[in-house]
Write a protein that binds this ligand. Sequence first.
Ligand code: GLC
Length: 429
Amino acid sequence: MAEPPHRGAGGWRGPAAAVAALVLVAGCGPPPGEAEGSGGLADDPKFVWAVTGADRPAHEAVARLWNENNPDRQVEVYFLAPTADEQRRALFQDLQSRAGDFDVLGLDVIWTGEFADFGYVESLEDLRPEVEGVSLPGALDSAQWQDELYALPYSSNGAFLYYRTDLVDEPPRTWEELYETGTAAAEEAGISGYVGQGDQYEGFVVTYLELFWSAGGELFDEDQTRSTFLEGDAAERSLDFMSRAHEGGLFAEGFDSMVEDDARALFQAGEAVYMRNWPYAIPLLEGEAGEESAVAGKFGVAPLPTFDGEGSTSALGGLNNAVSTLSDSKELAREFVLWAATDPGAQEALIEHSIAPTMLSIYEEAEDPNVQLLGEILTEAHPRPPVPGYNSLSLAVQDNVYPAYLGHEDPRKALEAVDRAAGEALGQE
Ligand code: GLC
Protein backbone atom coordinates (compact mmCIF):
# COMPACT_ATOMS: atom_id res chain seq x y z
CA MET A 1 0.00 0.00 0.00
CA ALA A 2 1.57 3.29 -1.07
CA GLU A 3 1.70 5.84 1.72
CA PRO A 4 0.04 9.09 0.67
CA PRO A 5 2.16 12.16 1.34
CA HIS A 6 -0.30 13.81 3.72
CA ARG A 7 -2.49 12.74 6.56
CA GLY A 8 -5.37 14.42 8.28
CA ALA A 9 -7.65 17.27 7.34
CA GLY A 10 -6.87 20.69 6.01
CA GLY A 11 -6.89 22.68 2.80
CA TRP A 12 -10.09 23.36 0.97
CA ARG A 13 -11.54 24.55 -2.26
CA GLY A 14 -14.93 26.14 -2.61
CA PRO A 15 -17.69 24.48 -4.58
CA ALA A 16 -17.18 26.95 -7.40
CA ALA A 17 -13.61 25.74 -7.95
CA ALA A 18 -14.72 22.15 -7.70
CA VAL A 19 -17.49 22.62 -10.21
CA ALA A 20 -15.21 24.52 -12.59
CA ALA A 21 -12.83 21.56 -12.47
CA LEU A 22 -15.69 19.15 -13.10
CA VAL A 23 -17.00 21.15 -16.03
CA LEU A 24 -13.52 21.10 -17.48
CA VAL A 25 -13.27 17.35 -17.11
CA ALA A 26 -16.74 16.83 -18.55
CA GLY A 27 -15.98 19.26 -21.36
CA CYS A 28 -13.09 17.29 -22.77
CA GLY A 29 -14.33 13.77 -22.05
CA PRO A 30 -16.89 11.58 -23.78
CA PRO A 31 -20.52 12.80 -24.01
CA PRO A 32 -22.30 13.29 -20.70
CA GLY A 33 -24.38 10.39 -19.55
CA GLU A 34 -21.94 7.86 -20.87
CA ALA A 35 -18.65 8.10 -19.05
CA GLU A 36 -16.67 9.51 -16.18
CA GLY A 37 -17.30 13.08 -15.29
CA SER A 38 -19.93 15.45 -14.07
CA GLY A 39 -23.50 14.21 -14.23
CA GLY A 40 -24.82 17.68 -15.10
CA LEU A 41 -27.60 17.29 -12.54
CA ALA A 42 -27.48 20.61 -10.73
CA ASP A 43 -27.79 24.17 -11.99
CA ASP A 44 -26.50 25.63 -8.74
CA PRO A 45 -24.45 22.92 -7.02
CA LYS A 46 -23.39 23.39 -3.41
CA PHE A 47 -21.48 20.15 -3.00
CA VAL A 48 -20.18 17.24 -5.03
CA TRP A 49 -20.77 13.51 -4.61
CA ALA A 50 -18.22 11.20 -6.24
CA VAL A 51 -19.80 7.85 -6.93
CA THR A 52 -19.38 4.85 -9.21
CA GLY A 53 -20.23 5.30 -12.87
CA ALA A 54 -21.61 1.77 -12.91
CA ASP A 55 -25.31 1.77 -12.02
CA ARG A 56 -25.41 5.40 -13.07
CA PRO A 57 -29.21 5.73 -13.53
CA ALA A 58 -29.79 4.65 -9.92
CA HIS A 59 -27.42 7.22 -8.44
CA GLU A 60 -28.77 9.88 -10.77
CA ALA A 61 -32.29 9.17 -9.54
CA VAL A 62 -31.13 9.55 -5.94
CA ALA A 63 -29.37 12.85 -6.68
CA ARG A 64 -32.40 14.19 -8.58
CA LEU A 65 -34.63 13.37 -5.65
CA TRP A 66 -32.33 15.26 -3.28
CA ASN A 67 -32.20 18.24 -5.65
CA GLU A 68 -35.99 18.36 -5.99
CA ASN A 69 -36.32 18.45 -2.24
CA ASN A 70 -33.37 20.78 -1.70
CA PRO A 71 -33.35 23.33 -4.53
CA ASP A 72 -31.05 25.66 -2.56
CA ARG A 73 -28.62 22.93 -1.58
CA GLN A 74 -28.20 20.98 -4.77
CA VAL A 75 -25.71 18.18 -5.20
CA GLU A 76 -23.67 17.60 -8.34
CA VAL A 77 -22.65 14.04 -9.05
CA TYR A 78 -19.21 13.21 -10.32
CA PHE A 79 -19.34 9.78 -11.91
CA LEU A 80 -16.19 7.77 -11.37
CA ALA A 81 -15.09 4.86 -13.58
CA PRO A 82 -17.23 1.72 -13.36
CA THR A 83 -14.65 -0.59 -11.76
CA ALA A 84 -13.62 -0.51 -8.12
CA ASP A 85 -9.87 -0.30 -8.72
CA GLU A 86 -10.21 2.76 -10.97
CA GLN A 87 -12.58 4.43 -8.52
CA ARG A 88 -10.12 3.98 -5.69
CA ARG A 89 -7.34 5.48 -7.79
CA ALA A 90 -9.43 8.56 -8.68
CA LEU A 91 -10.48 9.15 -5.07
CA PHE A 92 -6.93 8.72 -3.82
CA GLN A 93 -5.70 11.14 -6.42
CA ASP A 94 -8.20 13.77 -5.28
CA LEU A 95 -7.18 13.28 -1.65
CA GLN A 96 -3.42 12.86 -2.07
CA SER A 97 -3.11 15.90 -4.29
CA ARG A 98 -5.35 17.72 -1.83
CA ALA A 99 -7.58 18.86 -4.70
CA GLY A 100 -10.62 18.25 -2.51
CA ASP A 101 -13.04 18.32 -5.44
CA PHE A 102 -15.33 15.81 -3.78
CA ASP A 103 -17.38 16.39 -0.62
CA VAL A 104 -19.15 13.03 -0.40
CA LEU A 105 -17.15 9.95 -1.30
CA GLY A 106 -18.92 6.79 -2.41
CA LEU A 107 -16.62 4.19 -0.89
CA ASP A 108 -16.61 0.52 -1.80
CA VAL A 109 -17.29 -1.51 1.36
CA ILE A 110 -13.66 -2.68 1.42
CA TRP A 111 -12.05 0.74 1.77
CA THR A 112 -13.34 2.02 5.10
CA GLY A 113 -10.27 1.11 7.16
CA GLU A 114 -7.85 2.43 4.61
CA PHE A 115 -9.55 5.81 4.10
CA ALA A 116 -10.07 6.20 7.86
CA ASP A 117 -6.45 5.33 8.60
CA PHE A 118 -5.18 7.95 6.18
CA GLY A 119 -7.45 10.56 7.75
CA TYR A 120 -9.33 11.05 4.50
CA VAL A 121 -12.84 10.69 5.90
CA GLU A 122 -14.69 12.25 8.84
CA SER A 123 -15.89 10.17 11.74
CA LEU A 124 -19.67 9.76 11.61
CA GLU A 125 -19.84 7.88 14.89
CA ASP A 126 -22.36 10.36 16.34
CA LEU A 127 -24.83 9.32 13.61
CA ARG A 128 -24.79 5.66 14.67
CA PRO A 129 -28.19 5.78 16.44
CA GLU A 130 -29.77 6.97 13.18
CA VAL A 131 -28.70 3.89 11.24
CA GLU A 132 -28.58 1.14 13.84
CA GLY A 133 -31.57 -1.13 13.33
CA VAL A 134 -32.32 0.73 10.08
CA SER A 135 -29.47 -0.48 7.85
CA LEU A 136 -28.45 -4.06 7.10
CA PRO A 137 -26.06 -5.13 9.89
CA GLY A 138 -23.42 -6.32 7.38
CA ALA A 139 -23.51 -2.98 5.58
CA LEU A 140 -23.14 -1.15 8.90
CA ASP A 141 -20.17 -3.32 9.88
CA SER A 142 -18.51 -2.49 6.57
CA ALA A 143 -18.83 1.23 7.27
CA GLN A 144 -16.83 1.06 10.49
CA TRP A 145 -13.24 0.64 11.42
CA GLN A 146 -12.10 -0.10 14.97
CA ASP A 147 -15.63 0.36 16.25
CA GLU A 148 -16.02 3.80 14.76
CA LEU A 149 -18.32 4.72 11.86
CA TYR A 150 -16.53 6.53 9.05
CA ALA A 151 -19.30 6.25 6.47
CA LEU A 152 -22.99 5.40 6.36
CA PRO A 153 -24.51 2.54 4.40
CA TYR A 154 -26.02 3.46 1.05
CA SER A 155 -26.19 0.58 -1.41
CA SER A 156 -25.42 -3.06 -0.84
CA ASN A 157 -24.57 -5.79 -3.32
CA GLY A 158 -24.79 -9.55 -3.48
CA ALA A 159 -24.17 -12.22 -6.08
CA PHE A 160 -26.79 -13.96 -8.15
CA LEU A 161 -26.18 -16.99 -10.30
CA TYR A 162 -28.00 -16.12 -13.51
CA TYR A 163 -29.05 -19.19 -15.47
CA ARG A 164 -30.85 -19.85 -18.73
CA THR A 165 -34.23 -21.39 -18.00
CA ASP A 166 -34.49 -22.57 -21.61
CA LEU A 167 -31.23 -24.52 -21.34
CA VAL A 168 -31.10 -25.95 -17.81
CA ASP A 169 -33.97 -27.34 -15.73
CA GLU A 170 -32.84 -26.27 -12.28
CA PRO A 171 -30.08 -24.00 -11.02
CA PRO A 172 -27.14 -26.14 -9.82
CA ARG A 173 -26.50 -26.55 -6.09
CA THR A 174 -22.84 -27.52 -6.36
CA TRP A 175 -19.96 -26.16 -8.40
CA GLU A 176 -19.48 -29.61 -9.87
CA GLU A 177 -23.07 -29.71 -11.06
CA LEU A 178 -22.61 -26.24 -12.52
CA TYR A 179 -19.50 -27.44 -14.30
CA GLU A 180 -21.20 -30.45 -15.82
CA THR A 181 -24.50 -28.86 -16.80
CA GLY A 182 -22.75 -25.68 -17.99
CA THR A 183 -20.34 -27.44 -20.33
CA ALA A 184 -22.99 -29.85 -21.64
CA ALA A 185 -25.64 -27.17 -22.31
CA ALA A 186 -23.02 -24.88 -23.83
CA GLU A 187 -21.88 -27.52 -26.24
CA GLU A 188 -25.37 -28.33 -27.31
CA ALA A 189 -26.35 -24.70 -27.85
CA GLY A 190 -23.02 -23.68 -29.37
CA ILE A 191 -22.45 -20.97 -26.76
CA SER A 192 -20.25 -20.53 -23.65
CA GLY A 193 -20.76 -22.16 -20.27
CA TYR A 194 -19.99 -19.41 -17.79
CA VAL A 195 -19.28 -15.69 -17.80
CA GLY A 196 -18.35 -13.54 -14.83
CA GLN A 197 -15.60 -11.37 -13.38
CA GLY A 198 -12.33 -12.91 -14.51
CA ASP A 199 -10.15 -9.89 -15.31
CA GLN A 200 -7.25 -8.97 -13.04
CA TYR A 201 -9.05 -6.53 -10.67
CA GLU A 202 -11.20 -6.48 -7.54
CA GLY A 203 -13.98 -8.35 -9.30
CA PHE A 204 -11.60 -11.28 -9.78
CA VAL A 205 -10.82 -11.24 -6.07
CA VAL A 206 -14.55 -11.49 -5.38
CA THR A 207 -14.87 -14.41 -7.83
CA TYR A 208 -12.03 -16.27 -6.16
CA LEU A 209 -13.11 -15.52 -2.58
CA GLU A 210 -16.66 -16.68 -3.23
CA LEU A 211 -15.29 -20.04 -4.35
CA PHE A 212 -12.88 -20.07 -1.39
CA TRP A 213 -15.61 -19.31 1.19
CA SER A 214 -17.96 -21.82 -0.43
CA ALA A 215 -15.27 -24.45 0.14
CA GLY A 216 -15.31 -23.59 3.86
CA GLY A 217 -12.31 -21.25 3.84
CA GLU A 218 -11.78 -18.21 6.04
CA LEU A 219 -9.14 -15.54 5.51
CA PHE A 220 -8.52 -14.80 9.19
CA ASP A 221 -9.18 -16.26 12.60
CA GLU A 222 -12.13 -14.78 14.50
CA ASP A 223 -10.12 -12.10 16.28
CA GLN A 224 -8.50 -11.08 13.02
CA THR A 225 -5.05 -11.66 14.44
CA ARG A 226 -3.66 -14.16 11.94
CA SER A 227 -4.18 -15.55 8.46
CA THR A 228 -6.03 -18.87 8.21
CA PHE A 229 -5.97 -18.78 4.43
CA LEU A 230 -4.07 -22.05 4.03
CA GLU A 231 -5.94 -24.01 6.71
CA GLY A 232 -7.91 -26.90 5.21
CA ASP A 233 -8.03 -27.24 1.45
CA ALA A 234 -10.32 -24.32 0.47
CA ALA A 235 -7.58 -22.15 -1.06
CA GLU A 236 -6.34 -24.98 -3.24
CA ARG A 237 -9.74 -26.37 -4.11
CA SER A 238 -11.07 -23.04 -5.33
CA LEU A 239 -7.96 -22.31 -7.39
CA ASP A 240 -8.11 -25.80 -8.82
CA PHE A 241 -11.74 -25.29 -9.83
CA MET A 242 -10.85 -22.08 -11.65
CA SER A 243 -7.94 -23.70 -13.51
CA ARG A 244 -10.12 -26.60 -14.54
CA ALA A 245 -12.93 -24.27 -15.66
CA HIS A 246 -10.40 -22.33 -17.71
CA GLU A 247 -8.71 -25.32 -19.29
CA GLY A 248 -11.82 -27.48 -19.65
CA GLY A 249 -13.83 -24.77 -21.36
CA LEU A 250 -16.51 -23.97 -18.74
CA PHE A 251 -15.30 -20.38 -18.66
CA ALA A 252 -16.08 -18.45 -21.83
CA GLU A 253 -13.25 -17.43 -24.06
CA GLY A 254 -12.02 -14.08 -22.77
CA PHE A 255 -13.22 -14.79 -19.20
CA ASP A 256 -9.79 -13.63 -18.06
CA SER A 257 -10.47 -10.10 -19.31
CA MET A 258 -14.12 -9.72 -18.31
CA VAL A 259 -15.48 -7.18 -15.85
CA GLU A 260 -19.11 -7.05 -14.70
CA ASP A 261 -20.55 -5.37 -17.75
CA ASP A 262 -18.66 -7.49 -20.29
CA ALA A 263 -20.22 -10.57 -18.73
CA ARG A 264 -23.63 -8.91 -18.66
CA ALA A 265 -23.43 -8.00 -22.36
CA LEU A 266 -22.51 -11.55 -23.37
CA PHE A 267 -25.22 -13.13 -21.27
CA GLN A 268 -27.72 -10.61 -22.62
CA ALA A 269 -26.75 -11.53 -26.19
CA GLY A 270 -27.63 -15.14 -25.36
CA GLU A 271 -23.99 -16.24 -25.41
CA ALA A 272 -23.74 -18.07 -22.07
CA VAL A 273 -25.56 -20.65 -19.96
CA TYR A 274 -24.53 -19.21 -16.57
CA MET A 275 -23.34 -15.89 -15.25
CA ARG A 276 -22.11 -14.68 -11.89
CA ASN A 277 -23.16 -11.08 -11.51
CA TRP A 278 -24.72 -8.48 -9.22
CA PRO A 279 -28.47 -7.70 -9.33
CA TYR A 280 -28.07 -4.62 -11.54
CA ALA A 281 -28.19 -6.85 -14.64
CA ILE A 282 -31.83 -7.90 -14.19
CA PRO A 283 -33.63 -4.96 -15.89
CA LEU A 284 -31.08 -4.99 -18.72
CA LEU A 285 -31.56 -8.70 -19.30
CA GLU A 286 -35.32 -8.24 -19.19
CA GLY A 287 -34.94 -5.73 -22.00
CA GLU A 288 -36.44 -3.01 -19.79
CA ALA A 289 -33.54 -0.58 -20.01
CA GLY A 290 -33.85 0.50 -23.61
CA GLU A 291 -31.51 -2.18 -24.95
CA GLU A 292 -32.54 -5.36 -26.76
CA SER A 293 -32.13 -8.61 -24.87
CA ALA A 294 -31.96 -12.08 -26.37
CA VAL A 295 -32.70 -13.61 -22.98
CA ALA A 296 -35.77 -11.64 -21.87
CA GLY A 297 -38.11 -14.12 -20.17
CA LYS A 298 -35.50 -16.87 -20.51
CA PHE A 299 -33.38 -16.53 -17.41
CA GLY A 300 -33.68 -17.01 -13.69
CA VAL A 301 -31.61 -16.02 -10.66
CA ALA A 302 -30.48 -18.27 -7.83
CA PRO A 303 -27.92 -18.20 -5.03
CA LEU A 304 -24.37 -19.18 -6.02
CA PRO A 305 -23.55 -22.88 -5.59
CA THR A 306 -21.15 -24.28 -3.01
CA PHE A 307 -18.80 -27.26 -3.11
CA ASP A 308 -20.95 -29.48 -0.90
CA GLY A 309 -24.36 -28.21 -2.01
CA GLU A 310 -25.15 -26.67 1.40
CA GLY A 311 -25.96 -22.97 1.75
CA SER A 312 -24.54 -20.32 -0.52
CA THR A 313 -21.81 -17.74 -0.25
CA SER A 314 -21.83 -14.34 -1.83
CA ALA A 315 -19.30 -11.64 -1.12
CA LEU A 316 -20.89 -8.61 0.47
CA GLY A 317 -20.50 -5.74 -1.95
CA GLY A 318 -21.76 -2.22 -2.06
CA LEU A 319 -21.05 1.39 -1.34
CA ASN A 320 -21.01 3.49 1.78
CA ASN A 321 -21.01 7.27 1.64
CA ALA A 322 -18.34 9.15 3.57
CA VAL A 323 -17.58 12.83 4.13
CA SER A 324 -14.20 13.94 2.83
CA THR A 325 -11.99 15.66 5.38
CA LEU A 326 -11.09 18.11 2.60
CA SER A 327 -14.70 19.18 2.11
CA ASP A 328 -15.66 22.75 2.91
CA SER A 329 -19.33 21.74 3.03
CA LYS A 330 -19.10 19.08 5.71
CA GLU A 331 -22.44 19.80 7.38
CA LEU A 332 -24.30 19.60 4.10
CA ALA A 333 -22.35 16.51 3.08
CA ARG A 334 -23.24 14.82 6.40
CA GLU A 335 -26.90 15.61 5.91
CA PHE A 336 -26.86 14.14 2.43
CA VAL A 337 -25.06 11.00 3.60
CA LEU A 338 -27.60 10.50 6.38
CA TRP A 339 -30.52 11.16 4.04
CA ALA A 340 -29.20 8.68 1.44
CA ALA A 341 -28.92 6.03 4.18
CA THR A 342 -32.30 6.54 5.81
CA ASP A 343 -34.76 8.18 3.42
CA PRO A 344 -37.24 5.58 2.13
CA GLY A 345 -37.60 7.46 -1.18
CA ALA A 346 -33.84 7.47 -1.81
CA GLN A 347 -33.55 3.81 -0.91
CA GLU A 348 -36.54 2.87 -3.05
CA ALA A 349 -34.98 4.67 -6.02
CA LEU A 350 -32.15 2.15 -5.74
CA ILE A 351 -34.30 -0.96 -5.78
CA GLU A 352 -36.32 0.48 -8.66
CA HIS A 353 -33.08 0.28 -10.62
CA SER A 354 -32.29 -3.18 -9.27
CA ILE A 355 -29.53 -1.87 -7.00
CA ALA A 356 -29.62 -3.38 -3.53
CA PRO A 357 -30.64 -0.83 -0.88
CA THR A 358 -29.22 -1.01 2.64
CA MET A 359 -32.46 -0.22 4.45
CA LEU A 360 -33.83 -3.32 6.12
CA SER A 361 -37.47 -2.26 5.75
CA ILE A 362 -37.27 -2.47 1.95
CA TYR A 363 -36.51 -6.20 2.19
CA GLU A 364 -39.02 -6.80 4.97
CA GLU A 365 -41.79 -5.28 2.87
CA ALA A 366 -40.70 -6.68 -0.50
CA GLU A 367 -43.17 -8.66 -2.59
CA ASP A 368 -40.89 -9.23 -5.57
CA PRO A 369 -39.34 -12.71 -5.10
CA ASN A 370 -36.00 -11.52 -6.51
CA VAL A 371 -35.80 -8.80 -3.87
CA GLN A 372 -36.71 -11.31 -1.18
CA LEU A 373 -33.99 -13.65 -2.43
CA LEU A 374 -31.52 -10.78 -2.50
CA GLY A 375 -32.41 -9.96 1.11
CA GLU A 376 -31.61 -13.57 2.08
CA ILE A 377 -28.35 -13.55 0.14
CA LEU A 378 -27.26 -10.30 1.78
CA THR A 379 -28.02 -11.57 5.27
CA GLU A 380 -25.65 -14.49 4.69
CA ALA A 381 -23.08 -12.59 2.62
CA HIS A 382 -19.41 -12.75 3.53
CA PRO A 383 -17.60 -9.47 4.16
CA ARG A 384 -14.20 -8.83 2.68
CA PRO A 385 -12.51 -7.39 5.77
CA PRO A 386 -12.30 -3.57 5.48
CA VAL A 387 -8.89 -3.49 7.21
CA PRO A 388 -6.47 -0.75 6.06
CA GLY A 389 -4.32 -3.43 4.44
CA TYR A 390 -7.20 -4.88 2.39
CA ASN A 391 -5.92 -3.37 -0.83
CA SER A 392 -2.52 -5.02 -0.59
CA LEU A 393 -4.20 -8.35 0.15
CA SER A 394 -6.43 -7.83 -2.88
CA LEU A 395 -3.41 -7.03 -5.03
CA ALA A 396 -1.69 -10.19 -3.80
CA VAL A 397 -4.70 -12.25 -4.96
CA GLN A 398 -4.71 -10.41 -8.28
CA ASP A 399 -0.94 -10.78 -8.81
CA ASN A 400 -0.69 -14.43 -7.78
CA VAL A 401 -3.98 -16.31 -8.11
CA TYR A 402 -4.77 -14.72 -11.48
CA PRO A 403 -1.63 -16.00 -13.26
CA ALA A 404 -1.91 -19.31 -11.39
CA TYR A 405 -5.42 -20.09 -12.64
CA LEU A 406 -4.24 -19.34 -16.16
CA GLY A 407 -1.38 -21.80 -15.71
CA HIS A 408 1.36 -19.17 -15.63
CA GLU A 409 2.38 -19.58 -12.00
CA ASP A 410 2.87 -22.48 -9.64
CA PRO A 411 -0.38 -22.83 -7.61
CA ARG A 412 1.35 -23.57 -4.29
CA LYS A 413 3.66 -20.57 -4.59
CA ALA A 414 0.73 -18.36 -5.53
CA LEU A 415 -1.30 -19.41 -2.50
CA GLU A 416 1.64 -19.02 -0.13
CA ALA A 417 2.12 -15.48 -1.39
CA VAL A 418 -1.55 -14.70 -0.64
CA ASP A 419 -1.18 -16.22 2.84
CA ARG A 420 1.79 -13.95 3.57
CA ALA A 421 -0.12 -10.93 2.27
CA ALA A 422 -3.14 -11.83 4.43
CA GLY A 423 -0.91 -11.88 7.51
CA GLU A 424 0.70 -8.59 6.55
CA ALA A 425 -2.67 -6.97 5.84
CA LEU A 426 -3.51 -7.39 9.51
CA GLY A 427 -0.27 -5.79 10.58
CA GLN A 428 -0.88 -2.63 8.59
CA GLU A 429 -3.16 -0.90 11.05
C1 GLC B 1 -19.31 -4.30 -7.03
C2 GLC B 1 -19.42 -4.39 -5.53
C3 GLC B 1 -18.13 -4.02 -4.88
C4 GLC B 1 -17.01 -4.88 -5.44
C5 GLC B 1 -16.94 -4.76 -6.94
C6 GLC B 1 -15.93 -5.72 -7.54
O1 GLC B 1 -19.17 -2.98 -7.42
O2 GLC B 1 -20.47 -3.58 -5.06
O3 GLC B 1 -18.21 -4.14 -3.48
O4 GLC B 1 -15.78 -4.54 -4.86
O5 GLC B 1 -18.20 -5.03 -7.50
O6 GLC B 1 -15.87 -5.64 -8.91
